[in-house]
Design a protein around this ligand. Structure first.
Ligand code: FES
Ligand SMILES: [Fe+2]
Length: 370
């Protein structure tokens, strides 16, 4: 644990504590990032981008996810434009084939006296977990030595949680997005969606891997009776009541809970220094409905699946409002990168510190050859 920064007063804006700009910092690639939803990846190649690296995803004959560099070593065209044949990736241009390890296995016009080239394309550790595709773009030795695991979403398959997914695609550095998610003082922006109210930062803890912030807040929703789900649709039924609002930056992702009933995660896929993609996953808990737990599992699964996406309108609405702000922040930063606005949420100091530490730790590991 490290010391918690002092609470700034209105006379001591926290920007004075931020000596280095975070808006152009790279990512620590020694983590698992989310590059797609699991159902987006089929036996047709899918091209994705993670911090400037073009990657092609596909399912092999066993349905397992494979991830290769999206660049044919022959003429450097995109392999994601090709197709999967017998579980291998075939380039659309001259038909060279590559296996899951990235080795060239076939060239249709190879003469008897010619040999397959030894060139290998980069293969990435990848796994399908809890509805998403998690990819590790960093150092392999470090992955094994430190046993680095993906964050995962245990609620995804849990019968007591109803999920909704919204995709964030924003022309902004990832630091703008994580600061937005950790700064609960921006409820003003979402007034018409009434997600939470009156937050007061009550506690902040930080390690070299995460920042945890507790806000004392008010929630509009309480999901304790079957009819209470209708609060999601009828504002008149909502009543403010105190709830703990917890937000955590578990580098590079974000997890938040509002009381017992709601959990939201944001799974990051930083694409470039000015473009971030992320998956916002909202869970409504049905834990309070004890009778529901006694029902047959297939019925509970049917309920879970039928209600999938029930918070879509709210979630998409929140995302659209945030994206508008984040893109304005990025544009203003582009025009005047030296400007530092005053800041009064001390969680922002810790978030920026973690971003910096993680970026530096990756740079250090590259220099050390690990
Ligand atoms: S460019 Fe891919 S096979 Fe020729
Ligand atoms: Fe927001």
């Amino acid at each position: 644990m490290v010391a918690i920064p002092p609470t700034p007063t209105p006379d001591t804006p926290v920007d004075s504590a931020v000596s280095k700009d975070v808006r152009s910092l790279g990512i620590n690639s020694n983590h698992w990032y989310v590059v797609a939803r699991a159902d987006e990846v089929t036996d047709k190649p899918l091209g994705v981008m993670l911090w400037g690296e073009a990657i092609v995803l596909f399912r092999d004959t066993n349905g397992h996810i494979q991830a290769l560099e999206d660049r044919c070593p022959h003429r450097q065209v995109k392999l994601s434009q090709g197709e999967v044949v017998d579980g291998e990736l075939e380039c659309v241009y001259h038909g060279w084939r590559f296996n899951a390890a990235g080795k060239c296995t076939e060239i249709p016009y190879l003469a008897d006296n010619q040999k397959l080239p030894g060139c290998t394309i980069r293969q990435f550790p990848v796994q399908e977990l809890d509805g998403f595709i998690w990819l590790y773009p960093g150092d392999r030795d470090q992955l094994i030595a430190a046993d680095i695991k993906p964050l995962g979403l245990p609620e995804w398959d849990h019968l007591n949680y109803i999920a909704t997914v919204s995709i964030i695609d924003v022309e902004a550095h990832y630091s703008f997005l994580i600061e937005n998610l950790m700064d609960m003082y921006h409820g003003r922006l979402h007034d018409d969606y009434q997600a939470w109210a009156d937050p007061v930062l009550a506690n902040l803890e930080m390690t070299d891997q995460r920042v945890d912030v507790l806000y004392d807040a008010q929630s509009y929703y309480r999901i304790d009776k079957i009819w209470s789900v209708s609060q999601l649709f009828f504002p008149a039924l909502r009543k403010l009541h105190p709830e703990e609002l917890r937000v955590s930056y578990i580098y590079p992702h974000w997890v938040s809970t509002l009381g017992q009933d709601f959990k939201i995660c944001c799974l990051f896929c930083p694409i470039s220094p000015t473009h971030t993609r992320a998956y916002l996953v909202h869970f409504t808990s049905l834990q309070a409905f004890h009778r529901l737990h006694k029902l047959p599992v297939p019925f509970r699964r049917w309920i879970k699946n039928s209600l999938f996406g029930s918070a879509q309108k709210m979630l998409d609405g929140l995302v659209a409002q945030d994206v508008l702000m984040l893109e304005q922040e990025q544009q203003s930063y582009n025009e005047n990168p030296l400007y530092k606005g005053p800041e009064f949420n001390r969680a922002m100091i810790s978030v920026q510190k973690l971003i910096r530490q993680q970026a530096q730790s990756r740079v250090a590991s590259i220099h050390n050859g690990t």
